[in-house]
Ligand binder design. Structure first.
Ligand SMILES: [Fe+2]
Length: 202
C-alpha cells in the first residue's frame, strides 16, 4: 500500500547564503542610526538602504525571482519591487518583539554580521495553534516542520531569508558584547492583472 502525504498551501520561505562584501559593511557603517521606538535596537533613519547597495539588491532580487517564479509560479506580468529597506543594529540585550510587516507581501532579512548567541529569528505561524487544530495541545515524540507552530532560523553572517510579510516573527536577544547587523526589506507587487471587478492595476 502506498500512502501519499500532501501539503496543501504550505508557508513559502526561502533561504540562501550571499557572502558579505566589505564595501557593504562600509556603506552600513556610514548611515545615521536612531533608537527604535520600542527601545530594543537601533535602525537607520534612511529607509531605502538597498538603493545604496546595488550589488546586494541585485543578489536579493534573484532570490525573490526564484521564490515568485520558480516556487510560486506567479505570472511575469506581475512584477515585484523593493519598498522599504533598512539596517538594524542590535547591541547587547537588544531584540525584536513579535511583529509582522504591514503594507508588504514578502519581507526578508540579510545578515551583514550575526553570530551564534546574537539573536536567532523565530517564526510563529500561530501563537495558539498549528494547522492540525487548536482543540488539543498534543505531546509530540518529535517536533518537525509539520507539527510545529514555531521555527527558529539560525541567523548567521551572509544568510538571507525571505518570507511572507504577514508571518509573525521575533528576534531573540543579543547575548554578545558585539553588535549584530541585519538588513531588512519589504517587497510589493506591481503591474496589471485580474479580470472584471477583480482587475488590479498598481
Ligand atoms: Fe521583521
Amino acid at each position: 500500500m502506498t500512502i501519499n502525504f500532501f501539503q496543501f498551501n504550505p508557508i513559502p520561505i526561502v533561504s540562501t547564503e550571499i557572502p558579505v562584501k566589505q564595501e557593504w559593511l562600509d556603506v552600513a557603517n556610514n548611515f545615521n542610526y536612531v533608537r527604535m521606538p520600542a527601545d530594543n535596537g537601533h535602525y537607520t533613519s534612511y529607509k531605502y538602504v538597498l538603493n545604496k547597495l546595488p550589488g546586494l539588491q541585485l543578489e536579493i532580487a534573484k532570490v525573490i525571482e526564484y521564490l515568485t517564479r520558480d516556487i510560486l509560479r506567479i505570472n511575469k506580468k506581475i512584477g515585484f519591487k523593493f519598498l522599504n529597506s533598512w539596517i538594524n543594529i542590535h547591541n547587547k540585550n537588544d531584540y525584536s518583539h513579535h511583529h509582522y510587516h504591514s503594507n508588504s507581501v514578502f519581507s526578508g532579512v540579510y545578515y551583514l554580521k550575526a553570530e551564534e548567541g546574537q539573536g536567532d529569528l523565530e517564526f510563529n505561524n500561530n501563537t495558539y495553534s498549528n494547522n492540525i487544530g487548536s482543540l488539543f495541545k498534543y505531546e509530540y515524540d518529535e517536533l518537525n516542520l509539520i507539527n510545529s507552530s514555531q521555527h527558529v532560523f539560525r541567523s548567521r553572517t551572509g544568510s538571507l531569508i525571505i518570507f511572507p510579510s504577514h508571518l509573525p516573527h521575533r528576534v531573540m536577544p543579543n547575548t554578545s558584547n558585539n553588535k549584530r547587523i541585519s538588513l531588512a526589506f519589504n517587497v510589493f507587487p506591481y503591474g496589471e492583472w485580474g479580470d472584471s471587478e477583480g482587475r488590479m492595476s498598481i
